[in-house]
Design a protein around this ligand. Sequence first.
Ligand code: ATP
Length: 459
Amino acid sequence: MNNNDLMEKIVSLAKRRGFVYPASELYGGLANSFDYGPLGSQMKKNIKDVWWREFVTKRDDIVGLDSAIIQNPRVWEASGHLKSFSDPLVECKKCHQRFRADHVEEVKGMAGSELTTEQKAMIVCPAGGEHEFTEAKDFNLMFKTFIGVTEDTASVAYLRPETAQGIFTNFENVLQSTRVKIPFGIAQIGKAFRNEITPGNFIFRTREFEQAEIEYFIKPDDKESSKWYEYWIEKVKSFYLDLGMKKENLLIREHEKSELSHYSTGTSDIEYRFPFGVSELAGIAQRTDYDLKQHEQYSGQELKYYDDESRAKYVPYVVEPSMGIDRAMLAFLVDAYDESNGSDGRAAGEVTLRLHPKLAPIKAAVFPLVKKEGLPDVARSMVDELRRSGIMVFYDESGSVGRRYRRQDEIGTPWCITVDFQTLEDETVTVRDRDTMKQERVAVKKIATWINERLEGVL
Ligand code: ATP
């Protein structure tokens, strides 16, 4: 299957089964905006739940935060975003389309390879021939809005382009209200907004997206910084691998000096082999004491940590692992998509989403073998019980069991439970595994525990 076809198939499955819909479709849509449907919103929640569990719940040294999307505009002055959070923009003099200059350069370098529709649009001008671009100029990516009733400059505000700054501005609050000790982290998941010049590739690059970020505060020392930088690269990598992402699709790329953001002394991207090319999933940056010092300067308030042991007062350094939730979701969907060639007991063309059970939106489907002799009642009461345990389940009694399996395989449900005549005799059901297609009998009483054990609480 070629790469364009694979993306098309994923986009179409996502819409058909309720993972991701084009946004505002009723009104002709809004380019590059998406809504997450019943299955998609659940899957996205699962990714966030696993992240929070891994990096906040399970740890002693990281606390959570949920800061406002609209902050005092001075925050963005201090952070440097107002001045330098921009991408180089070029405009075609013939068709007036605008692109990111670095993306155009990248695509030019891909001559001879298979280009996506978006990539081709950067080369071929609809007015004929190739584009004729202007010189690149800086375009600030922050979305402007207004607070209050007058639209004057005094009321200008911005939608946050990253969640990180809300963490820095709450550094002192967290120090005062908790008993964290260095090294410690503050974690946040939330929406961020960027007026991207060239959004695209489905949910990979959108103007509204979700980030999961940690600012991990450490002693102000270059050696400490490199140690924690390496540590977080490994941790973030394991996050994806432990959720079943294929090792060969995950890459780590260290930024060249010239690519580094205005605040960073070292950054690595965790990249994924997407059908449209290898692209960033997450970034781990050494931000030194840049942000806290900027906020000290602009706010006039001290943002220092008092170290009991060394009796020293200092502005800590920070290492930041930052990932996009929507990009993670796309990568997990691509990674899990498996179309049978007919040799594995499935018919050719049948699709199985081999999602890790923790990510699967529906954990188990419950089927009565037939719609009579009390089997639906038994199945329904089992569904009620599983729901009471907090497990996402789906009840289905229509069509043959084979067809019911296929519907679940396509959305990644790891287990299908069938209530049959033997259930009435010995109170056991068959559990069929999506990947091995093997069936085992499990006692009705034990089924919730059986599922729970395999999910470690991510229900
Ligand atoms: P890119 O180079 O792709 O524009 P970036 O390096 O600017 O990304 P960061 O500022 O490091 O991205 O943001 C951290 C993470 O947030 C990224 O690794 C990515 O997963 C996610 N992210 C950033 N921009 C977008 C976007 N427009 N749509 C979806 N996710 C995004």
